[in-house]
Design a protein around this ligand. Structure first.
Ligand SMILES: C[S@@+](CC[C@H](N)C(=O)[O-])C[C@H]1O[C@@H](n2cnc3c(N)ncnc32)[C@H](O)[C@@H]1O
Length: 292
């Protein structure tokens, strides 16, 4: 094995064969597609891993991935290759719909002693679940005392760790409406931190959507936005079916701006807004019908 420290300069990009091998591993483990034209993206994102491991080229890196120490590195490789772009109140029309249509009846149910479960699947560094939590706390000051929980999951442990810490640079908090910033943020030496009332509603877990899901029970709302776009068609289709099965009757599914349920797929979900869908209430009319 050639050590990087014996060489100077940048790493050569992966060859077509190496790129195909990396793409196969990522697709098998996470369902994520890396196309043939992505050699320079892979190079720029993985070169820090080669450097950290003291490896000189992608052939050595692939050998390392197959070695007994490779399991841990596969997680790091996925972290490096996933796109984690997010923002507070991103695609704000979904939060308007939550405020207007979705959350008020769920809060009423929780106040009557019911259970409400919301899932932010592919939550990145936490801005999406915390935006939902801020809305909840704004609509219901008593939300922290009710049986309402937001599960926030991501494949990338570096992202869930940021979410758990709930600390963000000031610039990242600029998309939070000023009234919410005043109610729910405290200043720190180098940015802001979410207040405990908001943090307490959100629980972060590491979860690969392409693997088995350990959760029991159904969800009233699922956000999976700007995640499936990186998956192959087969993984996307399987994911929509699994979300449908994980939704409670009357439950809501929110997708990202460039994601849609395919028109040829039988589903009980009906369109309920811009890239939002709803499962009908349980009952005789709830049989499968083609999505429109
Ligand atoms: C572009 S971010 C979207 C964040 C947020 N949902 C939003 O719309 O702002 C995509 C996230 O999906 C996560 N992701 C990618 N593949 C995944 C998988 N197989 N299982 C779970 N999360 C995955 C990435 O780690 C990343 O944090």
């Amino acid at each position: 094995m050639i050590m990087a420290s014996t060489l100077s300069g940048a790493f050569a990009p992966p060859t077509a064969v190496e790129l195909a091998e990396i793409a196969r591993l990522v697709r098998e483990s996470a369902g994520i597609v890396i196309g043939e034209g992505k050699a320079s993206m892979v190079q720029s994102r993985l070169s820090k891993r080669l450097r950290a491991l003291g490896l000189a080229d992608y052939r050595s890196y692939l050998e390392h991935l197959q070695s007994p120490e490779g399991a841990e590195e596969s997680g790091r490789m996925l972290s490096a290759l996933t796109t984690n772009v997010t923002n507070f109140f991103r695609e704000n029309h979904h939060f308007q719909q939550l405020r207007r249509d979705v959350l008020p009846p769920l809060i009423a149910r929780a106040r009557a002693g019911g259970r409400v479960r919301i899932w932010s699947a592919g939550c990145s560094s936490g801005q999406e679940p915390y935006s939902i939590a801020m809305l909840l706390c704004d609509l219901a000051e008593d939300a922290p005392t009710l049986d309402i929980r937001i599960l926030a999951t991501d494949i990338d442990p570096e992202m869930t760790a940021i979410g758990r810490a709930a600390r963000y640079a000031t610039a990242l908090a600029e998309s939070i409406p000023p009234a919410y910033a005043q109610q729910f943020l405290d200043a720190t030496d180098d940015g802001v931190v979410l207040r405990p009332s908001v943090r307490g509603l959100v629980g972060f877990r590491e979860l690969n959507l392409h693997a088995t899901w350990p959760m029991r029970g159904t969800f009233d709302v699922i956000f999976c936005r700007n995640v499936a776009i990186y998956f192959d068609k087969q993984t996307q289709d399987a994911l929509w079916s699994r979300f449908e099965a994980a939704l409670a009757p009357d439950g809501w599914l929110f997708m990202g701006h460039s994601e849609r349920l395919p028109a040829d797929r039988p589903t009980r979900l009906v369109t309920a807004g811009i890239t939002s869908y709803r499962l009908p209430a349980a009952g005789p009319d709830a049989e499968k019908r083609p999505w429109r």
